[in-house]
Design a protein around this ligand. Structure first.
Ligand SMILES: [Zn+2]
Length: 453
């Protein structure tokens, strides 16, 4: 099957905004009809809400459709598929080994769609056909999709993949020394570790890739300038072009920041995006924070319509300097299930962690949310230092962090200092000592059914 060229895919997103919206609306209608006619879950959902696809005449009708949440995907996982099992060619999962996974089946047609999406993103990121691309996402582990999704895009582009996966730092670098990949794909934490290891051995200059695309953890602030993790990454991979990529297993949705650095570009022919007010679920104005809901077009096996991903972000108004006219997303500023309500005010736990990491003596930090004896939510901060401190200095840094959190968020915290090794083990490994897909920095131990994604 011949699919459009990269230019043609991108051209669609350079059309006037209203034209794109009109085309998306046709796709929305088609997607809702398809799900209603083929998925038990969506038929029941819309019948219960007394809504049917033929009632959708404009965007405001679509916005009346009930939102779908992660807990729905868990509860009705096997009611969602819109094609029978014999059409599936692969099943991926959403989560690490501790959380209950959501199973996402794919058909052959879905895989062709996945390949087209990453093909567009790789093109926007600047991957060229002749590039050697080292994939450090897991490809055969835990049934996760990121590695395979990237591989499919490279296969379509006919670029050469090096399917190394994560870990094995020493042999990974040896591989890079031999093959000299032009591009590295992976999680920022792992690629930082790899870069630091290379720098220590004075190999970094020799193996420096032209381009590094990272996803799984946020590396930018609200203005798309690098945050602490981004700066660390930039330092160890000096001279490489580092591009943040947004991605989630559901959809799987993904977007990349172009070379103008103005928001995540997400191809509008495959996804419809809504940024919703956390309380009212109305669409918020561009630039305002809200929670992301996605509708995926042309998903054959596992339709997703108005699915609340839980990521907190904002949308951009107006075209990007590169000509991209489709809705772009701001940085991911946290997750809605990582909000803490204190005296009626919602606090983003990621913001607390960012504040802790601003202290230059802190190497790693994670948060635990517990209920204290009075059943009040309590934030406990665990940190490690990048210096050997005596007790006096340890207390000074702890007090300073405590004071800053209190001043900014008006909450009291407990702060514990542990070794780097202990913290790394906690964030990367489960209690069963299984390695996570990506590090977890916020643990909710309030027993409210929250799951570390
Ligand atoms: Zn752009």
């Amino acid at each position: 099957m011949k699919s459009p060229s990269l230019k043609k895919y991108i051209k669609f997103n350079h059309q006037p905004f209203d034209f794109i919206r009109k085309k998306q609306f046709l796709k929305i209608k088609e997607t809702v009809s398809y799900a209603y006619n083929n998925s038990k879950f969506y038929r029941r959902l819309y019948d219960n809400a007394k809504l049917s696809p033929d009632k959708i005449k404009e965007f405001s009708d679509f916005e009346k459709l009930p939102l779908v949440r992660r807990k729905d995907l868990h509860k009705y996982n096997w009611d969602i598929p819109a094609v029978s099992k014999d059409k599936w060619i692969d099943i991926s999962t959403t989560s690490g080994t501790t959380a209950r996974p959501i199973y996402l089946p794919w058909t052959k047609k879905d895989f062709l769609r996945l390949a087209q999406i990453t093909y567009i993103l790789h093109g926007l990121a600047g991957i060229r056909k002749k590039d050697l691309v080292q994939i450090t996402y897991p490809l055969g582990m835990g049934m996760w999709i990121a590695g395979l999704h990237n591989w499919l895009g490279l296969y379509k582009k006919e670029s050469c993949s090096l399917r190394f996966g994560p870990g094995f730092t020493e042999s990974q670098l040896h591989n890079m020394e031999k093959l000299r990949p032009d591009v590295l794909l992976g999680s920022p934490s792992f690629l930082f570790k790899l870069g630091a290891y290379a720098k220590d051995r004075k190999m970094q200059k020799k193996i420096k890739p032209r381009l590094i695309c990272v996803s799984g953890e946020n590396i930018v602030n609200h203005d798309f300038k690098f945050n602490d993790l981004g700066v660390k990454l930039e330092k160890v991979w000096e001279g490489s072009d580092i591009r943040p990529v947004y991605g989630a297993s559901e959809g799987p949705i993904c977007g990349v920041v172009c070379n103008k650095g103005q928001g995540y570009h997400i191809p509008a022919q495959f996804f419809y995006l809504e940024v919703l007010d956390i309380k009212t679920h109305n669409i918020v104005k561009p630039g305002n924070r809200g929670v992301l809901a996605i509708t995926v077009f042309d998903a054959q096996a596992f339709p997703l319509i108005r699915y609340v991903l839980g990521d907190i972000t904002s949308s951009f108004e107006g075209p990007c300097q590169c000509g991209w006219n489709s809705l772009r997303l701001g940085p991911i500023l946290g997750r809605v299930d990582r909000l803490l309500k204190v005296k009626g005010v919602l606090i983003n736990l990621e913001d607390i962690r960012s504040l802790v990491l601003k202290n230059k003596d802190v190497e790693i930090a994670y948060l635990e949310i517990i209920k204290d004896d009075n059943l009040i939510d309590q934030v406990v901060v665990y940190i490690s230092f990048n210096n050997k401190f005596d007790n006096f200095n340890r207390k000074r840094v702890k007090d300073d962090i405590k004071f800053k959190i209190k001043s900014k968020f008006r909450i009291n915290t407990k702060i514990f200092v542990k070794s780097n090794e202990k913290l790394l083990k906690k964030v990367w490994f489960t209690e069963k000592n299984e390695r996570r897909r990506k590090p977890v920095y916020i643990f909710d131990d309030r027993g409210a059914g929250w799951q570390n994604k």
